[in-house]
Design a protein around this ligand. Structure first.
Ligand code: JBZ
Length: 246
């Protein structure tokens, strides 16, 4: 995958792109990421990217000319011939979720445009953006952190990056159930002991304990996740003597 990021704060991405998971994904060649300064597409002496909103009101709005020039330079003009997907990070977008990441992990080319200030001139969105995405219902001052979230969420899905043989699909729970508690050494910390089953060496018992903990925690904390989930696989039919039990 190739990812181009358009931002007025390219420096925010430096350490992020070199570190941990995303750094490994880039080193392995699973993804090529380039960060671009929106001001590189301005043509005035002050490299102006924003202006006051028509109709009045607080704050500033990102001007259309540099944004559309940047997007068209990186993705080409909007339309059926465009092979990149241009994603604007904005509070007006659809909420990012694991389903979006999984559906997007095999995209050839994403261009992530970080909104800033009070918003983006609507004509730039209409002319050049394919899709609008938001992290959620809280107030941020720009799309840079949401873009990093999106990149990190994608990077761990690339084959061979997580230490997965093929893909993260092999994990039994991927974003649709919370995980239960985790423990490491020491076995007794300030009088609190690690649940004995985890030290039992009984892998079947450990797996069923973890599953039960995951379910009860999800029921307590995120019942909405259980409601969205595909119904549980039915218990296997009891063994019968008949050859054809279907
Ligand atoms: C986002 C105008 O630029 C912004 C401002 C807030 C904001 C974003 C872009 S993206 N919040 C979110 O994903 O929640």
């Amino acid at each position: 995958m190739r990812i181009d990021v358009v931002t007025i704060f390219p420096g925010l991405f430096e350490a992020f792109l070199e570190t941990a998971f995303v750094g490994i994904a880039r080193e392995r060649g699973a993804v090529a990421i380039a960060v671009h300064d929106l001001r590189d597409w301005t043509s005035d002496r002050h490299r102006t990217v924003d202006d006051a909103p028509y109709g009045g009101g607080p704050g500033m709005v990102l001007k259309p000319e540099p944004l559309v020039a940047a997007i068209e330079a990186l993705a080409g003009p909007k339309g059926p011939d465009r092979t990149a997907r241009v994603v604007l990070l904005t509070p007006q977008g659809n909420r990012l979720d694991q389903a979006w990441l999984e559906a997007s992990a095999d995209a050839e080319h994403l261009v992530l445009v970080c909104g800033r200030y009070e918003g983006v001139d609507q004509r730039a969105i209409d002319l050049a953006v394919d899709e609008e995405i938001s992290l959620g219902d809280y107030v941020l001052s720009g799309g840079e952190v949401p873009a990093m979230v999106l990149i990190e969420g994608l990077a761990r899905l690339f084959p061979g990056v997580l230490g997965n043989p093929e893909s993260a699909e092999t994990e039994s729970f991927r974003g649709d159930l919370l995980e239960g508690p985790h423990y490491t050494r020491p076995p007794d910390f300030r009088g609190q002991e690690v649940p004995p089953v985890l030290r039992s060496g009984n892998h079947a018992a450990i797996a069923s304990w973890r599953e039960a903990e995951a379910r009860s925690r999800t029921r307590d904390r995120r019942p909405d996740l259980l409601a969205q989930r595909a119904p549980e696989a039915p218990a296997p039919a009891p063994k019968s003597d008949r050859k054809d039990s279907s």
